[in-house]
Design a protein around this ligand. Structure first.
Ligand code: NAD
Length: 364
């Protein structure tokens, strides 16, 4: 028996193998008290059951806190994304887990799986409700609508109101200018904030007077990097985190705020748009210094809420309304339950209570 079982789960761990494609996969359904387990399928060469268990548990809390009727699950396929036939492997995985889909498990994209693999998964199961993140021609709500970045901007707005900082003119340093970063900037600019620094893999572009969203998008598409932004001072990518700005948004890679830079962070509010941009210990260190941190599973929930909208057949405009209502309400709720700036503990407590309540009414 694994040691990381607790009163919530995991309910099922299914390891599957298909000799024809040599597909080796694992599906972990952590908890289904609030609804079918929902979580993406990650395709990487070094996935382990332990890792998938941790990710499935995190999805239970994320979906519960997002207040959508899904439990938590995650799947992993052990394969090299560069050499394997992803569609064949995905179909083989779908066929091996088909009995659980969509009543116990609903798939979604994750590392190295896209809308094409989600379409193949649903097609193999024979039910479009088998997965989310499908192409729009078959009822998907694409990533390109920018639900996560929109949610990040809304969560930032609520955090600033709580910290009594006016969003109008508040300065922002933004790590990453991909799907999440670009949409976060678009909506923050509309709310009146001023993005003064943006980083990508090539470095950080800094403009003290603030950058313009349209100009930033034009720079990214024509020059391939934000560091070519006209008139920007170009700094190393790592300098983004210690930039003088009211708000810091880590929005690209994991573990970027570390023991080495945590004490140099100048922002008063940190919004975790990326997953796990720092350890809980780093979050506590920032809280001790009076910095308000909005944890990843609160701030970047726009994506899972959009998945739920796709599942119920919502239109893009209905999806934006639902994301707005839920992210705003959930961020406010977390902040109203936060003691000593310990936002993660407050958020986890709310999520666990929601799951416990569903388990109780089911008599589990
Ligand atoms: P993306 O691939 O679209 O963009 C990633 C960006 O990070 C790119 O602009 C890239 O240039 C930049 N980057 C790469 N290396 C960098 C470096 N060293 N320094 C600074 N920037 C660097 O990815 P995304 O979809 O925007 O996701 C970003 C993060 O948000 C990830 O942690 C992801 O797990 C998380 N997330 C995304 C969603 C979503 O819906 N897209 C939902 C929840 C969480």
């Amino acid at each position: 028996m694994q040691t990381n079982h607790d009163e919530y789960g995991p309910e099922r761990i299914l390891e599957v193998y298909d000799p024809k494609t040599k597909m080796h996969g694992v599906l972990v359904v952590h908890n289904t008290a609030r609804g079918p387990g929902k979580g993406g399928i990650r395709l990487v060469p070094d996935i382990t059951t332990e890792e998938v268990m941790g990710l499935a548990q995190a999805m239970t809390w994320k979906n519960a806190l997002a207040d959508i009727p899904f439990g938590g699950a995650k799947a992993g396929i052990k394969a090299d994304p560069k050499t394997c036939n992803k569609i064949a492997v995905m179909r083989a995985f779908a066929s091996k887990v088909s009995q659980l889909v969509p009543s116990v498990y609903i798939a979604g994209p994750d590392m190295n799986t896209t809308e094409k693999e989600m379409a193949a998964f649903a097609d193999e199961i024979g039910d479009l409700k088998a997965s989310t993140g499908k192409p729009s021609v078959i009822g998907g709500l694409p990533h390109e609508l920018g639900s996560t970045g929109f949610g990040v901007a809304l969560s930032t707005k609520v955090a600033l109101e709580h910290a009594k900082i006016s969003i109008s003119g508040a300065t922002v340093a933004l790590e990453g200018f991909g799907n999440v970063g670009t949409f976060a900037m678009k909506h923050l600019e509309e709310m009146g904030a001023k993005v003064v620094a943006i980083s990508d893999s090539k470095g950080t572009a800094y403009v003290a007077g603030g950058m313009d969203y349209n100009k930033a998008m034009e720079t990214k598409s024509s020059k391939g990097t934000i560091t070519a932004y006209p008139g920007a001072k170009v700094l190393p990518a790592a300098d983004l985190f210690t930039t003088q700005a009211d708000i810091l948004i880590p929005g690209a890679r994991p573990n970027v705020i570390t023991a080495q830079n945590v004490s140099s962070i100048k922002a008063k509010v940190v919004i975790e748009a990326a997953n796990i941009p720092m350890t809980h210990d780093m979050e506590r260190q920032l809280a001790k210094r009076g910095v308000l941190v909005i944890p990843d599973f609160v701030a970047n929930a726009g994506g899972v809420i959009s998945s739920y909208c796709e599942h119920i057949g919502a239109t893009p405009s209905q999806m934006f309304t639902i994301v707005k209502d839920k992210v705003t309400a959930n961020t406010s709720l977390v902040l109203s339950h936060t003691k000593d700036l310990n936002t993660r503990d407050a958020a986890l407590k709310i999520a666990k209570e929601r799951v416990r309540e569903a388990m109780d009414v089911r008599g589990w």
